[in-house]
Design a protein. Structure first.
Length: 133
């Protein structure tokens, strides 16, 4: 496993993009909408890992709900794995709760699944695998 990206939930995506472009001194690398999640994502490559900004695109977006409840900030840490299905089986066998019944398509050409934050010291963990691997 390696850290693929850190997801940050934001209230105003355009303002957050400007902020991170100033901090990182570079433009964003990629923008993508994930309709099924009601989210627009913006990625910044930072060495071997990325920073992902997450902005809501609708009132029923999980990101809008998250920001309304907890405010802006760290949403998840994503680890890239070679075999997502096998990792889910392994973690479930050890008692970890997986939030989706099966992997789903996420941003950045990835299949994703989430580990419940109550099982990971309060941090939402995303496991991801590049589609086609």
């Amino acid at each position: 496993m390696r850290i693929d990206h850190i997801g940050i939930a934001v209230k105003d995506l355009e303002q957050a993009v400007e902020t991170f472009e100033a901090i990182l001194n570079k433009p964003c690398d990629k923008r993508e909408t994930v309709e099924s999640e009601g989210v627009e994502t913006v990625f910044f490559q930072t060495g071997e890992s990325k920073v992902e900004l997450l902005g809501a695109i609708g009132e029923d977006s999980v990101i809008r709900n998250y920001v309304d409840k907890r405010g802006e900030g760290l949403h998840h840490v994503a680890f890239e794995v070679e075999d997502l299905e096998a990792e889910l089986v392994r973690l479930q066998a050890r008692g970890f709760r997986i939030l989706n019944e099966k992997p789903k398509r996420g941003a950045d050409n990835k299949l994703i699944a989430f580990v419940h934050p109550k099982d990971a010291n309060g941090v939402l963990l995303e496991l991801c695998q590049t589609i086609g691997k």
